[in-house]
Design a protein around this ligand. Structure first.
Ligand SMILES: [Zn+2]
Length: 147
C-alpha cells in the first residue's frame, strides 16, 4: 500500500516510518520535530499502535504546517482571514456571453476550415474552389480572433 505525507491534500509518497514529505517536514518547528521523534517507537508503523503522546505530537506538527500554509494563503489573498475579506482580490476575468459565443464561432469555423481542406474526395475543380473558400474563411476567423 502506498504511504503518503500526513499533511491533508499532500500525496507525496513517503516511507511508512516517515510522517511527512521533506517539504512539509522542513516547515515544522524544531521543538515539534523533536517531540515527534521523542515519542516515536520503532515498529509502531507496523503494529499500528503509536502512543498517545506520539499522536499528540504528530497532530501538533501537522497543525503547525496547516497554520503556516493558511497564513501564506491569507498573505497571497487566496483565502480570507477568519471573518474577513481576502487581502488581495484574485482578478479572474469571467467571459461575457458574447465572448463565449465568439470563441465558439471561432472554434467551429476552424473545424470547418480543416474539413474543407482535408476532403480530397471532391472533384479537382471543386477541391480548388473549396481551398479558396477555406482561405477566405480563415482570414475572416483570424480577424475575428484579433478583435
Ligand atoms: Zn507533504
Amino acid at each position: 500500500m502506498k504511504h503518503t505525507c500526513h499533511v491533508p491534500d499532500c500525496d507525496t509518497p513517503v516511507t511508512p516510518k516517515t510522517l511527512m514529505c521533506a517539504y512539509h517536514w522542513r516547515q515544522v518547528p524544531a521543538l515539534l520535530k523533536q517531540a515527534v521523534w521523542e515519542h516515536y517507537r520503532s515498529g509502531q508503523e507496523r503494529d499500528k499502535s503509536p502512543s498517545r503522546e506520539y499522536i499528540r505530537a504528530e497532530r501538533a506538527a501537522i497543525d503547525s504546517v496547516r497554520a503556516k500554509e493558511k497564513a501564506l494563503m491569507h498573505k497571497k489573498g487566496i483565502i480570507a482571514p477568519e471573518g474577513g475579506e481576502p487581502v488581495v482580490h484574485l482578478n479572474i476575468p469571467v467571459p461575457t456571453k458574447e465572448e463565449v459565443e465568439k470563441i465558439e464561432r471561432i472554434r467551429q469555423s476552424r473545424i470547418l476550415i480543416a474539413v474543407m481542406r482535408a476532403n480530397r474526395d471532391f472533384p479537382e475543380i471543386l477541391y480548388a474552389k473549396m481551398g479558396e473558400a477555406a482561405d477566405m474563411l480563415e482570414i475572416w476567423v483570424n480577424e475575428l480572433e484579433a478583435e
